[in-house]
Design a protein around this ligand. Structure first.
Ligand SMILES: Nc1ncnc2c1ncn2[C@@H]1O[C@H](COP(=O)(O)OP(=O)(O)OP(=O)(O)O)[C@@H](O)[C@H]1O
Length: 564
């Protein structure tokens, strides 16, 4: 296909507001793309390569400005191009405004010669060469290659070439439009196209398979170890919603790190194991995370795709905040040193492929069982001791979920994830089968009116704090906040509260209402258990309000207003 034909169609799409018409244009493009179908299916979305290799073009805008300037003539500089861009605001418009001479131009770097029209294949091949250019002198090579393309462009071609090169196509063709266009052009159901896209992330390949092999070909497209899949995402939600919708919930700790997808192939066709690690946006981050590669090589023996999180840890293995992991990604040119400063560890919560089996359609529980089997030394190993395994508890008991949440916070994780145990893995979807427990929107400032001495290691700490709100001159209880508090904080709280102990009965102590505690919660429910008639559901420790006097604690009236 001539690049001019593509550019004319892109211009028509650009001017078209109606979705249905856009799909019709894309369908026509695909139907007429012949041998260039894969390229056209990607170009129309503004991609040169499959979605998961989108970043490999790797050129800065100045490379493009220099190429445009050179093609525009001796009296134009890269700074002039940049100035026009600042004025006009869109690189396609800037490129289209220069007279490059089109097919009559010099064509200096093309094999086809000056008079041949530029084709989409030539554009693709030149951009592939450009992406492969590396090392010293690569900047000049890239400018030369781009100049060779611009130099053969007419105005419309230049517009869409510039946009393509700088990943600014923006003609309104989304993933859904390409899916529908493939479906219409090659007469295959949209949802099967969608599934093939989910496993491959390559619109070009899916379009070709749909055309050449039809539905059978599409359905035969599988996950491939080494090619990333879009990550399944979570919605915010409450424990109450989760338990209402599912018979029971799968509860996992929510790790505060960065999402990773691990692809391990023990042979890779050449007796060499290959490990690739991809980020949530499918960027290859293998080089930045040698610990993950080492983990895979030490643990896995069969072709595997795992979904998980990489977490920064301190010298004791306790998790550090997410920002610390980011530092590791930022220091990718200095990995050995960065690794000495910040250690990371992978934790896996899902298994998408194991030893030839694609598991996307399997329920979460089956996938988690496969995960555990892969990571455990043998089938008798206690899951709690399996390195790199995120535990998954199944329960319909809110109290149990509360204690898992408290344990997660205590272990310095972000909180919990609630998942539908029966759900399949939907790549790229933010569905309701995965819920991240909503952060508390409101907090209450309660008085601590009682506590319990701990047990074992915590025998010298006060914990399980009884919470009360004011009701005129009296105090009414609303719940208890248990753990979710580090030993260090418990130690401080014990020091703070001990002077206010007024009575002790076994482990239970009554306290003078002097200390105000800020607590988050999920819901306020009516309850016969506490004297206020209400109970805070899933209360969470937020901190001591040293700045507040007992008289400043929240009232029963506020609690009732919050509940309304
Ligand atoms: N057990 C777990 N299961 C699934 N995801 C987890 C788990 N532990 C940590 N996560 C992380 O939590 C993320 C989902 O939570 P959250 O939505 O807060 O992430 P985000 O990237 O900040 O926001 P968003 O996904 O809304 O863009 C996942 O993408 C994953 O990185």
């Amino acid at each position: 296909m001539e690049f001019a034909t593509f550019a004319d169609r892109a211009a028509a799409i650009d001017a078209e507001p109606a979705d249905l018409e856009i799909v019709a244009h894309v369908r026509d493009l695909l139907e007429n793309a012949n041998d260039d179908l894969e390229i056209v299916a990607r170009f129309v979305q503004g991609r040169v390569f499959p979605a998961w290799r989108s970043r490999t073009l790797d050129i800065g805008p100045t490379t493009c400005y220099e190429a445009i300037a050179r093609a525009a003539g001796t009296n134009v500089s890269a700074t002039d191009v940049e100035d026009r861009l600042a004025e006009i605001g869109e690189i396609g418009e800037v490129a289209a405004g220069y007279d490059f001479g089109g097919q009559q131009g010099l064509g200096a770097f093309t094999e086809g010669g000056a008079s041949d029209p530029l084709t989409v294949r030539e554009v693709f091949e030149t951009l592939s060469d450009l992406a492969a250019a590396d090392g010293s002198g690569s900047h000049d090579t890239k400018v030369d290659l781009l100049f060779g393309l611009f130099n053969r462009c007419e105005s419309a071609e230049a517009r869409y070439l510039a946009r393509l090169v700088l990943s600014e196509m923006r003609i309104g063709v989304g993933e859904g439009a390409v899916r529908d266009a493939i479906s219409e052009a090659f007469d295959v159901p949209g949802e099967r196209v969608e599934r093939a896209l989910q496993v491959s992330n390559d619109y070009g390949q899916v379009a070709r398979v749909a055309r050449d092999d039809g539905l059978e070909g599409l359905d035969a497209m599988d996950l491939e170890v080494g090619r990333p899949v879009q990550a399944m995402l979570a919605q915010a939600g409450t424990v109450t919603d989760a338990l209402e919708e599912w018979d029971e919930a799968a509860v996992e700790w929510k790790y505060d790190g960065a999402r990773i997808q691990l692809h391990y192939d023990p042979e890779n066709g050449a007796d060499v194991a290959t490990t690739r690690v991809f980020s949530r946006n499918m960027e290859d981050v293998t080089d930045a995370l040698p610990e993950v590669v080492e983990f895979a090589e030490a643990t896995l023996t069969e072709p595997t795709i795992l979904d998980g999180e990489v977490v920064a840890v301190d010298d004791d293995g306790a998790p550090l905040p997410f920002q610390e992991v980011l530092k590791r990604f930022r220091r990718k040119h200095d990995v050995a040193k960065a690794r000495e400063d910040i250690e990371v560890r992978p934790v896996f919560f899902d298994c998408l492929h194991a030893d030839g089996d694609d598991l996307l359609e399997e329920p979460l529980t089956t996938r988690h069982d496969r995960l555990e089997a892969l990571l455990a030394d043998d089938q008798t190993q206690d899951p709690e001791t399996v390195d790199g395994l995120s535990l998954c508890w199944r329960t319909d008991d809110p109290e149990r979920i509360e204690s898992i949440d408290a344990e997660a916070l205590e272990a310095r994780h972000e909180g919990i994830m609630l998942k539908d145990p029966e759900s399949t893995y939907s790549p790229g979807r933010r569905g309701k089968h995965w819920r991240k427990r909503k952060p508390d929107v409101e907090t209450l400032d309660c008085l601590i009116t009682g506590a319990e001495w701990g047990e074992g290691r915590r025998a010298t700490f006060l914990g399980t704090f009884e919470l009360s709100v004011r009701d005129g001159d009296t105090l009414e209880t609303v719940g208890k906040v248990a753990t979710g508090i580090t030993d260090e904080k418990l130690d401080d709280l014990t020091d703070l509260l001990e002077p206010y102990i007024v009575a002790e009965d076994g482990q239970d102590v009554d306290l003078e209402p002097e200390i105000v505690l800020e607590v988050g919660y999920e819901e306020i429910q009516t309850s016969p258990t506490y004297s206020s008639g209400y109970a805070l559901r899933f209360p969470r420790f937020q901190g001591v309000r040293h700045d507040k006097d007992p008289a400043d604690a929240d009232s029963l009236e506020r609690l009732e207003r919050l509940r309304a």
